[in-house]
Design a protein around this ligand. Structure first.
Ligand code: BV8
Length: 251
């Protein structure tokens, strides 16, 4: 076992409170493209902010809705990978554990994790663009008012439907983000897995953990914007590293 992995195992063995922050990299080995490589093919000519923003939606709701529908259909045919499963196993070892994700997929839950904080929402959920019956007004596909063009309409108010995700320039769910900040400030170890740490305010969480004296462990094949904060770098794919890490805790 290399020195970095040994150090990570020791830090986790001595920890009482563990917080994990994940990004798209943790789902890469399930076949879900990361944001850095997602805009290919049909969407290659758009910037992510064009598609994942209220302005982008109002500019071309049919195109943006269809982009989300394509991502939903992709998600339905992929499975959680050993990295998702290892994080669920890790949670079982601690009384104080919180998994915070920037991902909008449901692979952490399908991999066995519960009480996951989704800072940027849920790809598979749909809500009324106007939240006409309170925030959020979630609408099941069976209740969509379909028409000859996308997006479908809200059965209550007749306005557009939208994916229940947080778009650029939209506020994060306040209670969730406050809970994430608290868990970052109070943990002994923060595991940062598969994120380029470029999107704020989610990317500020490792700085909070570091400032509060936590050991920050980064699991990523590449260096990132928070590598300087991490005391331990596990350079490689999370689908291989996380099972090794959790397996070594039992040794
Ligand atoms: C906000 C949901 C307050 C949608 C997402 C100007 C005006 C307005 C706002 C801003 C502005 N300038 C900056 C901002 C703030 C803005 C921001 O941060 N912009 C960035 C681009 C600079 N943030 C916001 O707007 C947020 N709201 O600030 O509200 C406000 C309000 C009004 C005005 C001002 C402020 C809302 C941000 C949420 C956006 N929604 N997703 C959807 O998915 O469709 S963001 C989305 O992109 C993800 O959720 C994630 O957060 C981000 C992608 O990052 P990663 O997950 O890290 O993925 P990435 O591909 O980048 O990296 C993958 C990593 O994995 C890499 O490091 C790679 O090496 C690694 N990897 C690869 N393979 C593996 C691996 N790791 C492990 N194993 C492997 N096998």
């Amino acid at each position: 076992m290399d020195a970095a992995l040994q150090n990570a195992v020791q830090a986790l063995k001595h920890a009482r409170r563990v917080t994990v922050l994940t990004g798209a990299g943790v789902s890469k080995e399930s076949g879900v493209p990361t944001y850095r490589d997602a805009l290919t093919g049909l969407w290659a000519n758009y910037s992510f902010e064009d598609l994942a923003s209220p302005q982008g939606y109002m500019r071309d709701p049919a195109m943006v809705w269809d982009w989300y529908e394509e991502r939903r259909s992709q998600l339905k045919v992929v499975q959680p990978n050993p990295g998702h499963i290892a994080l669920a196993q890790l949670a079982a070892r601690y009384d104080q554990f919180l998994l915070i994700t920037q991902n909008v997929d449901d692979l952490h839950e399908r991999g066995g994790s519960s009480d996951v904080i989704h800072l940027h929402g849920h790809l598979m959920l749909t809500r009324c663009f106007s939240d006409c019956r309170g925030n959020p007004t979630r609408i099941e596909p069976k209740d969509y008012v379909m028409r000859d063009t996308s997006p479908p309409l809200c059965p209550y108010c007749g306005r557009w439907l939208r994916p229940d995700v947080v778009w650029f320039t939209e506020m994060l769910p306040q209670a969730d983000f406050q809970r994430a900040q608290k868990a970052s400030l109070s943990c002994d170890v923060m595991l940062v897995v598969g994120t380029s740490a470029m999107v704020y305010p989610a990317a500020s969480l490792p700085s909070l953990a570091d400032a509060a004296g936590a050991v920050v462990i980064e699991v990523n094949p590449e260096p990132t914007d928070i590598s300087h904060l991490a005391g331990i770098h596990l350079r490689g794919p999370s689908g291989e590293i996380l099972p090794q890490l959790v397996g070594a805790l039992d040794a």
